[in-house]
Design a protein around this ligand. Structure first.
Ligand code: COA
Length: 375
């Protein structure tokens, strides 16, 4: 079995941002219009008015202050309330592949690798913009990579599951080096007209180059000590959109369940203990103690969740910088969140330093990757 390195990471961040103030102003304008439109029904008690959203609530409940998006214009237009992304022809690069190429270019450069060194591409994301051909194969072709490529989806845990899949293939010898990308167009599966969740997501893409440790040369690389993944079925985060939609009555209606929805409070309460047990169990199996960890790069969904997980895993309140959050600027970027944190907050660690990359979300699913900074 070969040891595996994470040799380079890359983050593509879209140019446009939406602050909480802009988001709330657009939502409240939408709510006012809807309430005016349905004033008679509301008056007769046949319809509930849409309540206003509130910046203070959003920051307090989630820690999110802003988010990056591919298109803010449509999203902030009270008559549209979703991103507007012009359709591309089959001969043009898809949106996800375009994002992936930008993140991959950085990750390849950091790892000191070129397309010729890579044997496979995995596109691990919570939504794929089409059924097939795989986005990963499009990325493979665009970069001129030989070998094979495939898409996989484990919702917010896609990146850590992707790391485990890639690491297992490298360990067993079926690939020398693998490019794993996480293009997340979360803005397109978010219901911006629902105040319970309209603040949650942002768009981004991360990329990770994994390779055989004995071939790795990049300064600042990490070795994977081990990986651990788990799933446990839950309906508390769900999106019912799918290819059977056309086969059912009312198929193409604008239905709430065809976008992201969740029971946020239940998710918070149920997922936090799953993640704490996963990390502590994983460390114990490796004969490691929480005190051996110098950093936790957690999934970026909710600041309160991360504070709780960090405190329970370390057995104390994490010191500043020990558990970096990026969600205040990026919001929840699904599978990419923990990789953004890892990419931005790992260069300062000394050789030998241990840390955990951990993501969690729909499924439920959770993945833990213990890494050690290489000498
Ligand atoms: N503005 C003002 N009030 C709002 C609001 C908004 N944008 N959104 C919801 N509220 C209201 C609710 O209607 C509710 O009112 P009520 O008490 O009168 O019923 C109240 O605020 C509390 O709402 P609740 O949904 O219980 O808040 P919360 O503290 O659970 O925070 C989340 C909501 C989504 C931030 C939080 O549950 C969370 O992050 N959960 C984990 C989610 C997660 O990790 N998901 C993974 C996704 S991949």
């Amino acid at each position: 079995m070969h040891a595996v390195s994470i040799s380079g990471t890359g983050v593509f961040t879209p140019e446009q941002t939406i602050s909480n103030a802009e988001l709330v102003a657009a939502f409240n304008a939408y709510a006012d219009r809807q309430n005016a439109l349905h004033a008679d029904e509301i008056e007769r008690g046949e319809r509930e008015p849409i309540p206003q959203s509130d910046e203070g609530f959003i920051v307090k409940a989630s820690g999110i202050e802003s988010r990056y998006v591919l298109d803010k214009t449509g999203t902030l237009d009270p008559e549209i309330m979703h991103p507007v992304l012009p359709e591309r022809s089959d001969d043009e690069l898809s949106v996800m592949a375009e994002m992936a190429l930008k993140a991959a270019t950085v990750a390849l450069e950091k790892s000191g690798r070129t397309a010729a060194d890579i044997d496979a591409v995995i596109c691990a994301a919570s939504n794929h913009e089409r059924a097939y051909p795989a986005i990963a194969i499009e990325v493979q072709q665009a970069l001129g990579i030989n070998g094979f490529a495939f898409d996989m989806n484990v919702a917010c845990s896609s990146a850590t599951f992707g790391i485990q899949a890639a690491a297992d293939m490298i360990r067993s010898g079926s690939a020398r080096a693998i490019l794993m990308v996480n293009p997340e167009i979360c803005s397109a599966h978010l219901e911006w007209r629902d105040r319970d969740c309209h603040f949650i997501f942002g768009d981004v893409c991360t990329a990770v180059v994994l390779e055989r440790a004995d071939l790795a040369t990049a300064p600042g690389r990490f070795e994977i000590v081990s990986t651990r993944c788990l799933t446990q079925f839950s309906n508390n985060i769900r999106n019912n959109n799918g290819f059977l939609r056309r086969t059912r009555e009312g198929h193409m209606q604008d239905r709430r369940d065809m976008l992201f929805r969740q029971e946020g409070r239940k998710v918070f309460k149920q997922v936090v203990p799953i993640v704490i047990d996963l990390i502590l169990g994983h460390l114990a199996d490796e004969d490691l103690k929480p005190g051996d960890l110098e950093r936790l790069w957690l999934h970026q969904a909710n600041k309160g969740m991360n504070d709780m997980i960090g405190a329970r895993v370390l057995g104390r309140t994490p010191e500043k910088g020990e558990q970096p959050n990026i969600l205040q600027d990026y919001a929840n970027t699904s599978s990419a969140g923990s990789i953004i944190a890892f990419s931005k907050y790992s260069d300062d660690l000394e050789p030998g330093a241990l840390g955990v990359i951990c993501s969690f979300g729909a499924g439920y699913s959770a993945g833990s990757v213990i890494v050690r900074k290489a000498a």
